[in-house]
Design a protein around this ligand. Sequence first.
Ligand code: ZN
Length: 105
Amino acid sequence: MECCICHGKIETHIHPSTGKPYWTQGHNALPVKDGRCCDNCNQFVVLPTRLKHIEFFINGQTNDDSFHTIKEEIVDKLLDNLEEVVDKLTDRRKDNAQSFNPSSS
Ligand SMILES: [Zn+2]
């Protein structure tokens, strides 16, 4: 299944004790898009966007019509942030791998 935001693959969630897949449908991507998204997009794009919505709502910058629509530029900005976060996580994983196995460097 493909993520409707980054078009990456939606992860299969594996139960830690049984090792069996229990969820393959990703996350609700609203209000970013009307579809399903991957773990990263849910955490770094959809959830922050929902929090932004609350901010807009409190400041009176939204109404029922616009509540489910996010401006393209905000989505773009969040996607930029996502790429940065994923890069950082990837670097950290590389660093960890090297510190666990110093002979490989
Ligand atoms: Zn995604």
